[in-house]
Design a protein. Structure first.
Length: 303
């Protein structure tokens, strides 16, 4: 029987969690798994942490194949792993070495059980929608398309933000070619259901169930009190036109920031592929809300 192949990606800033890496590698070795490790992560483990790491090979760039991808870190590492996986359809396992862990929700003491679940096929796969952003240079007659230097795909959100300490920006929003409104704000977040518990939540956005087939539009520090977040269907095409006093603004695609000029129009829509997230049999989105966000907890002390 052909051994299962695991592609391992990790956070290179958490030396104190090296014991979890050793635990995972030891468990996979017990099952006879074939482990491939991201080159930069392998260098970190062997040269910085001085670990004796046995791997079938190293991963360069996004050209790799695997049965499962493992993200060792926090949710930021999970997002980077999702970018590397792209449209390959490889299920991602998130082992939490960070703090919150909404995406990376497998704790260190669940590593053995999770690997056992995989080999016993006792897991489920959740499909998570992805956002695609296109940048169009309107000053060239709307013909030239400006391709982002980073990946144009986001599992969490696409955020349009003012630069540095400049004044607020003006963001015109059209949904399916129909004018919605113009936001005067520090920024605007377009988020998937997965991203609803991320940046959007911190500025008042609504929490969405992962399979709700929705998109969120949430302003950041809006200048008007009568502007509120809105949730729309995920088959919509959203167009953003930005005006700024310094004629530039930032676009953050899952945290990967690029500077754009006023003449760039953004089009955001659901990507043609989904990300598969591996979940243990007893995992629950609503329980995660209660445990991670203390959802509904009454912290008042009775007298």
């Amino acid at each position: 029987m052909k051994p299962l192949r695991f592609a391992l990606f990790g956070n290179i800033y958490q030396a104190r969690k090296s014991a979890l890496v050793k635990k995972l590698l030891c468990t996979l070795e017990t099952y006879g798994a074939e482990v491939w490790i991201d080159h930069s992560f392998h260098d970190y483990l062997t040269k910085k942490l001085l670990l004796n790491v046995s791997a079938k090979g190293l991963i360069e760039g996004n050209d790799f194949e695997a049965d499962f991808a493992v993200s060792m870190g926090g949710d930021g590492t999970f997002l980077e792993t999702a970018t590397r996986v792209g449209d390959k359809g490889i299920p991602i396992i998130g082992i939490n070495m960070g703090r919150m862990g909404f995406l990376a929700d497998v704790s260190g003491n669940e590593i053995d059980a999770t690997v056992r679940n995989i080999y016993n096929r006792e897991y489920r796969l959740e499909e998570r929608s992805v956002l695609e952003v296109r940048m169009q240079d309107t000053e060239s007659g709307g013909v030239q398309h400006v391709v982002p230097q980073s990946s144009p795909y986001a599992l969490n959100e696409v955020a349009v933000l003012k630069r540095d300490n400049s004044s607020m920006i003006s963001i015109r929003v059209d949904v399916n070619e129909e004018y919605l409104t113009t936001y005067q704000a520090d920024g605007l977040i377009i988020n998937s259901p997965t991203g609803s518990t991320g940046y959007a939540l911190s500025v008042g956005g609504s929490i969405m169930s992962p399979q709700s087939r929705t998109l969120g539009i949430t302003p950041v520090a809006a200048h008007s009190l009568n502007v509120r977040p809105i949730t729309i269907c995920d088959d919509a095409v959203i167009s953003l036109t930005v005006e700024s006093r310094n004629h530039q603004y930032l676009v953050a695609i899952d945290g990967r920031s690029e500077t754009c000029s006023e003449g760039t129009r953004l089009t955001i829509q659901k990507a043609p592929y989904t990300i598969h997230v591996l979940k243990r049999p007893d995992s629950s989105f609503f329980r995660t809300l209660r445990e991670k966000l203390m959802w509904g907890n009454d912290i008042r002390i009775e007298s």
